[in-house]
Design a binder for this molecule. Structure first.
Ligand SMILES: Cc1cc2nc3c(=O)[nH]c(=O)nc-3n(C[C@H](O)[C@H](O)[C@H](O)COP(=O)(O)O)c2cc1C
Length: 207
């Protein structure tokens, strides 16, 4: 990938791995579209000790995101476990560091989507996805949910919402992403990649 190649940033936080699995499936959907790639990045946990500093490279999984990953993306897929019906603090902490991008309008007219994982079916998937949408709108991004032409949205008895892909992980975090949830993750990545290319064209013709 060259520095100028368009990419969708798949940015997530995950503690027990469910959101990380979904992130890889979204990335698969992105990469099923020609001419654009997926860049997987995560954010570190936050600590109650204000001076605590994480190692620069995580022990496993995707590397940590920096602001340039976000600045130069053509689209953003944002993933978080549900925490009391809301996004997890580490992701919010990272988003709170993005004012330089907001000041420059770096994310205006770029497409974005959100995905989440919960322990229980009615534990707040939709509210979490909507909470993740709010900062994206402040950045001027174009939010893309999932359309009902994805018929798994109607047939699912686990995760999958029109607000974005979701997963029911179970109380012990031991329920694997099922076939319908996975299809919706891939569909969401694919849709985002197509929108990213279309809006990239729109932005360059307006420039
Ligand atoms: C502090 C905390 C709050 C949580 N709040 C909720 C919740 O509101 N609803 C729910 O269904 N699950 C909740 N969970 C469970 C996680 O959302 C769930 O285990 C998720 O699948 C974890 O994703 P991960 O494997 O990517 O870390 C919570 C977990 C923690 C630690």
């Amino acid at each position: 990938m060259t520095a100028a190649s368009p990419y969708v940033l798949v940015l997530y936080y995950s503690r027990s791995g469910a959101t990380a699995t979904m992130a890889k499936q979204l990335a698969e959907g992105v990469e099923s579209v020609g001419g654009i790639q997926a860049r997987l990045r995560c954010v570190p946990p936050v600590s109650a000790t204000c001076e605590a500093v994480e190692e620069e490279i995580p022990a496993e999984g995707a590397v940590y995101a920096d602001l340039d990953d976000l600045r130069h993306c053509s689209g953003l897929a944002l993933g978080s476990p549900t925490r009391f019906g809301n996004m997890a603090a580490p992701l919010k902490y990272f988003l709170d560091s993005t004012s330089p991008l907001w000041l420059n309008g770096a994310l205006i007219d770029k497409p974005a989507c959100a995905f989440t994982s919960t322990a229980s079916l009615h534990g707040g998937q939709e509210s979490t996805l909507l909470s993740m949408l709010i900062p994206l709108l402040h950045h001027g991004m174009v939010y893309a949910g999932l359309p009902y032409s994805e018929t798994d949205l109607i047939e699912t008895d686990s995760g999958g919402t029109p607000y974005g892909a979701s997963h029911l992980a179970g109380a012990r975090s031991d329920r694997a992403v099922d076939a319908r949830e996975r299809k919706l993750c891939v569909a969401q990545g694919r849709r985002l990649a197509r929108l990213a290319l279309a809006l990239e064209g729109m932005r360059s013709s307006n420039a």
